[in-house]
Design a protein around this ligand. Structure first.
Ligand SMILES: C[S@@+](CC[C@H](N)C(=O)[O-])C[C@H]1O[C@@H](n2cnc3c(N)ncnc32)[C@H](O)[C@@H]1O
Length: 213
């Protein structure tokens, strides 16, 4: 799903690349010409280098050790996948000049997608596409964004349900929303939070889950 989200381009920078499966797939499928597989840790760097060698792609994919996207100046596409939503926000905000110049930001948060959407919408990024897929009963989400300089307006429920996924009534949307709703009900019942804000959020997300928004 992450690879499918990448529009064909010249150079891709994949940070937190770990095994380098995404750059290898992108180059093999001709979706990009060259790529960088970058990671902050030594272990993943070694695994990435081994996999790239296995596919004889050393001349197309380089391996770099680095924190976030600090070395990603001038890439058509930056991928930050398989990390928490807050960490993705931190990585983007620490190198915001670089993120703003990327043609495509392909982001795949493992949790807290609402924090990531909030950061993007409040800081002039447009979310131009989102998608979901499921594996072993867990639903995964990919967010495609680009800097425009224009902040987006939104309602709180849209941070959780996503404007794009709601618009296209994605078939996996109710499965995506269900764990969030369970946590909100736990909050309401467990700590007795019955604020109007929480009740409204639950009501809206129930409507999304039932396909009524
Ligand atoms: C779960 S793996 C994700 C692998 C791959 N991107 C994927 O989606 O399948 C997360 C990787 O992010 C790396 N990572 C964590 N923080 C990072 C940072 N600040 N900069 C670069 N890589 C980071 C970890 O070392 C780890 O290899």
């Amino acid at each position: 799903m992450i690879a499918q989200a990448v529009k064909p381009c010249e150079k891709v920078f994949d940070t937190g690349s770990d095994h380098a499966f995404i750059p290898i797939y992108l180059v093999l499928k001709g979706i990009c010409s060259n790529a960088v597989a970058s990671d902050v840790k030594e272990g993943p760097i070694k695994v990435a280098a081994r996999n790239i060698k296995r596919f004889k792609l050393e001349n197309r994919i380089t391996v770099e050790k680095g924190d976030g996207i600090e070395n990603a100046t001038g890439y058509d596409c930056i991928i930050i996948a398989g990390m928490g939503g807050q960490l993705i926000c931190d990585i983007i905000s620490r190198s915001s000049d670089i993120a703003k110049n990327a043609g495509q930001l392909i982001l795949q948060p493992m949790n807290a997608p609402e924090k990531l959407r909030k950061y993007l919408w409040d800081n002039g990024y447009k979310i131009y596409s989102e998608n979901l897929c499921s594996e072993k009963h867990k639903v995964y989400n990919v967010i495609c964004a680009k800097y425009t300089g224009i902040n987006e307006t939104y309602e709180k429920w849209q941070l959780h349900a996503s404007k794009k996924l709601t618009e296209k009534k994605h078939i996996l949307l109710s499965g995506y929303i269900a764990p969030k709703l369970r946590r909100l009900y736990d909050m309401k019942n467990g700590i007795g939070d019955s604020s109007e804000e929480l009740n409204d959020l639950i009501k809206r997300l129930e409507e999304v889950k039932d396909g009524n928004i």
